[in-house]
Design a protein around this ligand. Structure first.
Ligand code: SF4
Ligand code: SF4
Length: 298
């Protein structure tokens, strides 16, 4: 028996840490585990993929999980990104977990296999508990609960271990434990089809992964004007022109050059290209930039 989990998130959301927490919680349960991430150059907001394999036997597979039993979609806007290939390979009767208050829009996706959908608004839970949209613990908790092989105490121990390792404060770790507990207790396990004989293994050739539709949007040189990173946002920065002092700090800091200046020196945000990294929000001296959560409308 082997369970394959694939996390899809954006740089800064905690996909890599989520896969580690899930792996560690299963390891505490005495299972064999393996976790690994795939991401490009350091770029907040860019698609990130991470994998966890869990088994009661030795795991001989390595690399990309092409045919997951469970896909954890940490940011629903990734469903619209061909580059992210979020739903690729989902097994018949596999499970897609969506970090969203609603699941209606995924039915528009062109997914051949039948699958089951589960959703929970992890971002909202994280904002309430942590004050930030970082959902590593919440995503790991969702996956741990859905696969049904992890006790709550093992999840909590795994969150503490992994977050200590990356140097978070005791207070932040405690909040993450509470967040994980909340998500864990809000979901129910799902039955995963783990028999290898039922597996319809359709491994995408590597060249397809590397040259797949849309992936060059990210990797090709000099393409920032055609790559609409506006779809990456989870939160949208909004300038309050009453408070803005035209200091131009946001203009200087924006890594996407998504800000231009008006005649009066105050910034205008190009929402087609603002990727939602929120550096401008953090750096603005008079706190003249506020946040609005993006809502995907279909
Ligand atoms: S406008 Fe702000 S949030 Fe958008 S890309 Fe620039 S710094 Fe990041
Ligand atoms: S950093 Fe803040 S105050 Fe300065 S120009 Fe930008 S929005 Fe205005």
């Amino acid at each position: 028996m082997i369970i394959r989990v694939r996390f899809h998130g954006r740089g800064g959301q905690g996909a890599k840490t989520a896969s580690r927490i899930l792996g560690t919680s299963c390891f505490i349960e005495g299972l064999n585990v393996q976790d690994s991430p795939v991401y490009g150059a350091e770029r907040r907001g860019a698609p990130v993929t991470a994998f966890t394999r869990i088994s009661d036997e030795q795991i001989l597979e390595r690399g990309y999980v092409f045919d997951p039993d469970l896909i954890v979609v940490m940011d629903p806007t990734l469903l619209d990104s061909p580059a992210a290939r979020v739903t690729d390979g989902i097994r018949k009767k596999g499970v897609i977990f969506l970090n969203s208050p609603s699941v209606t829009h995924i039915t528009k996706q062109n997914i051949a296999s039948d699958f089951r959908l589960v959703n929970f608004d992890l971002t909202n839970a994280a904002m309430e508990m942590l004050g930030k949209p970082i959902i590593s613990s919440a995503s790991a908790a969702a996956a741990a609960r859905l696969i049904g092989m992890v006790k709550e105490s093992s999840l909590e121990q795994a969150i503490e271990t992994e977050l200590e390792e990356i140097g978070l404060s005791e207070e932040t770790i405690e909040k993450n434990v509470l967040l994980g507990r909340k998500v864990f207790s809000s979901l129910e396990p799902v039955e995963l089809m783990t028999e290898e004989s039922s597996r319809e293994l359709k491994i995408a050739p590597l060249e397809l992964i590397l040259e797949g539709n849309g992936l060059e949007d990210i990797t090709a040189a000099g393409n920032s004007s055609v790559s609409r990173t506006g779809s990456w946002r989870i939160f949208k920065p909004v300038v309050d022109y009453e408070k803005c002092t035209a200091c131009t700090v946001c203009y200087a800091y924006c890594p996407e050059s998504a800000l231009t200046l008006r005649q009066d020196g105050k910034p205008v945000i190009d929402y087609d290209n603002c990727k939602g990294c929120l550096i401008c929000y953090r750096e603005c001296p008079p706190k003249a930039i506020t946040l609005e959560r993006e809502v995907v409308a279909f």
